[in-house]
Design a binder for this molecule. Structure first.
Ligand SMILES: [Zn+2]
Ligand SMILES: [Zn+2]
Ligand SMILES: [Zn+2]
Length: 160
C-alpha cells in the first residue's frame, strides 16, 4: 500500500507523537495543515496563530483592497484627539484607557481630589472640596487665601 504524505505524517504522529511530526507540519502552508486538524489536534492552536492566507483567486485585487482598508484604518487611528480639558492632542486618546490615564496622571487641567479621589477640574477643585466632596467636612475655607484647607492642618495654616 502506498501512503500519501498526509497519511504518512498521521501514521508517524500516531506512532511517535506530535514532536516527531511538528518539524514537518510547521513548514506546510495553512491550507495543507487544515486536513490534519481532525487527526492531530495539536495543530489547531498553531493554525490559529498563523497569519491568514490570502485566497488564491483574485489575489492581487483583494490584497489591494486589504491594503486600502488598512490605510484608512491607520489614518483614522493616526488622527490625534484633543483632551476636552487641557486641549492636548494625542493619537493615544483614541484609546479609552489611555485617555483615562491622561486624565488621572498627566492632564494639567485635572486633579485627583485628595479626600474622595474623584477626578476634578483644577479650576473648581477648591469649590469641590468645600461644597461637593463627600468628605467636605474635612475641609475648611481659609478666609485669607480662599483655599480649602484640610481641618487637620487648618490651625497650622491659619497661624503661619
Ligand atoms: Zn488633558
Ligand atoms: Zn473630593
Ligand atoms: Zn490660607
Amino acid at each position: 500500500m502506498q501512503l500519501t504524505s498526509q497519511e504518512l505524517i498521521v501514521a508517524v504522529y500516531e506512532m511517535k507523537g506530535y514532536a516527531a511530526v511538528e518539524p514537518i507540519l510547521v513548514k506546510l502552508p495553512q491550507h495543507k495543515l487544515i486536513p490534519f486538524v481532525s487527526k492531530i489536534p495539536e495543530i489547531g492552536p498553531f493554525i490559529e496563530n498563523m497569519p491568514q492566507e490570502t485566497p488564491k483567486k483574485s489575489r492581487s485585487r483583494s490584497v489591494k483592497r486589504v491594503r486600502n482598508q488598512l490605510g484608512q484604518r491607520s489614518k483614522e487611528k493616526e488622527k490625534p484627539i484633543p483632551c476636552q480639558f487641557c486641549g492636548e492632542e494625542s493619537i493615544d486618546f483614541n484609546n479609552n484607557e489611555k485617555i483615562d490615564l491622561h486624565y488621572v496622571l498627566h492632564c494639567s487641567m485635572l486633579t485627583n481630589c485628595v479626600a474622595c479621589t474623584q477626578i476634578i477640574e483644577v479650576s473648581s477643585y477648591t469649590q469641590h472640596k468645600l461644597d461637593e466632596c463627600e468628605k467636605k467636612a474635612d475641609f475648611k475655607k481659609c478666609n485669607r487665601c480662599l483655599e480649602a484647607i484640610e481641618l487637620d492642618f487648618f490651625e497650622q495654616h491659619d497661624t503661619a
